[in-house]
Write a new protein. Structure first.
Length: 240
């Protein structure tokens, strides 16, 4: 079994103190902690964070940090202008991973918009909320109006991320009918709106087309089978 990937606050703090006191080098600390080929770099990262922000930066956080698009732009601009390396920016702004900065730089260079990031971890754990059709329509419309911000929508309407995602998918696939709770029931024809009637008719036609395509495929296979049978059983004089 391999060594655990995460390290405790005490291990990180001890590593920083050992290095800064001259007791051990970063490479020696990494070997002692069985950190693998990138261990020395990780130790140096802890040290730089520790020197810039104090020991509390070494503690694990249970939630992701919030980053505004203005903040991301500022970090990217500093890096591209040569004002700081990735490790310098990590320490300066208390960012926990160079991967985040690299992603921002990649999006910036690809002319993609740097968006606000405001995590709502609670929306993944929220219990499913009972809603009416009208409420689901409102929620879906809000989500679509806000560039499919599933997390933000779930947080605003106090429902789960999974619910919002499923409702949007159902709406895009089947329209308003996709938002109806059809467990054990189906709307009568007279209860449908004109749009719902058209959508249902389209579904019926699509199903009929699918059946027709399968029927044609079956007939082709039957014809092919008959041709092969005749070719195999036909006598030299042309009789069977």
């Amino acid at each position: 079994m391999g060594r655990k990937v995460k390290y405790t606050y005490e291990e990180k703090l001890k590593a920083c103190k050992e290095y800064l006191s001259g007791e051990n080098s970063a490479a020696e600390i990494a070997r002692k902690l069985q950190m693998g080929k990138n261990g020395e770099r990780t130790v140096r990262y802890w040290i730089k964070q520790y020197q810039a922000n104090g020991p509390e930066i070494l503690q694990e956080t249970k939630t992701n940090k919030r980053y505004t698009k203005e903040f991301k732009f500022q970090v990217v601009e500093e890096y591209l202008s040569g004002s700081g390396s990735l490790s310098d920016l990590l320490a300066k702004y208390r960012i926990r991973s160079t991967r985040q900065i690299r992603q921002w730089i990649s999006k910036y260079n690809s002319y993609e918009e740097l968006k606000d990031y405001d995590p709502h971890p609670e929306v993944y754990m929220t219990k499913r909320k009972k809603t009416t059709l009208e409420e689901r329509q409102e929620i879906v419309q809000y989500c679509l109006d806000h560039n499919k911000d599933y997390k933000g929508t779930a947080s605003k309407y106090d429902c789960s991320y999974a619910q919002v995602y499923q409702w949007v998918c159902n709406y895009e696939a089947r329209g308003t009918e996709g938002l109806a709770d059809n467990r054990g029931k189906r709307k009568k024809e007279e209860e449908l709106t004109d749009l719902e009637k058209a959508q249902r008719r389209i579904k019926q036609l699509e199903y009929q087309l699918l059946l027709k395509e399968r029927e044609n495929e079956l007939l082709k296979k039957v014809d092919e089978f008959e041709r092969r049978w005749l070719a195999e059983h036909q006598k030299p004089d042309g009789s069977h």
